[in-house]
Design a protein. Structure first.
Length: 254
């Protein structure tokens, strides 16, 4: 209702009340003059907003917050990592296909073993790969085949005692399970490498898997990164075990 119209209704209110009191026989006292003279004020907006819950409740106005969107840099980094991972998976699949084809076509065991060791370096991005064969009757482990940087292969051939309480290769063969050393200088891996292995290999990041032939462990396959010190991942350790199975196939055919 408009303020002027409301003021007119308010001014005529005493007469209407008097008429009603006479009609129903009710005595009503006079209204306060101050109430009748009270000016009508324009409504003002409150300093708060009404919520949609109820008319009797009010809630403070919440500040507007800007949504945080991922930066273009992080998105590009994730995309680059994913692309690199997919490319590596494709390359690894290509290496396995080449090995499978060579096993059915090539009869030279030495060439096949060399190809497997090359795959261990290129396919797993390892700096060096070594094949160790145990000679139980002679009490030794002979390491005479490898792949990688020629300067890192200058250590070949070399021998290690077997059996031995301490030694990465000896324990891999005796316990018949893979081993992964992220950092040989870490106290967590204390006692795993023998003094001879530390001196000959000169590497802190290594991984080994057993090589089985007709159900019996006959050696071990080793990869390491003497220069970069980059640890071998769990995924690469599984891939290395697959290559050890290829070695077993070649040995059976020799």
């Amino acid at each position: 209702m408009a303020p002027d119209r409301f003021q007119d209704v308010l001014a005529s209110l005493p007469e209407r009340i008097e008429e009603l009191s006479q009609c129903f026989g009710i005595e009503i006292g006079p209204l306060p003059e101050a109430a009748l003279r009270e000016p009508v004020r324009e409504p003002v907006d409150p300093p708060w907003r009404w919520s949609g819950r109820s008319r009797g409740s009010r809630a403070p106005q919440e500040p507007v917050r800007e949504a945080v969107e991922p930066t273009d840099v992080s998105v590009r980094r994730e995309a680059a990592d994913l692309q690199s991972q997919l490319l590596r998976e494709q390359q690894w699949s290509g290496h396995l296909m080449a090995l499978t084809t060579a096993l059915s076509a090539e009869r030279d065991s030495a060439k096949l073993l060399r190809m497997i060791l090359d795959t261990a370096t290129t396919g797993l991005a390892a700096e060096r790969a070594l094949l160790a064969m145990v000679q139980r009757e002679k009490g030794r482990i002979l390491v005479s085949a490898g792949a990688g940087d020629p300067t890192l292969l200058a250590i070949l051939p070399f021998e290690l005692p077997f059996p031995a309480v301490v030694g990465l290769l000896a324990r891999t063969i005796a316990e018949e399970k893979p081993r992964c050393v992220a950092d040989a200088d870490d106290p967590l891996y204390a006692g795993i490498l023998s003094d001879d292995e530390r001196r000959i290999l000169g590497s802190r990041a290594l991984a080994t898997v057993p090589v089985r032939r007709q159900g019996k462990v006959v050696g071990a396959l080793l990869v390491d990164n003497p220069t970069s010190g980059e640890p071998v991942s769990d995924r690469d350790l599984q891939a290395l075990q697959l290559l050890a199975n290829f070695v077993a196939i070649v040995l059976d055919r020799a």
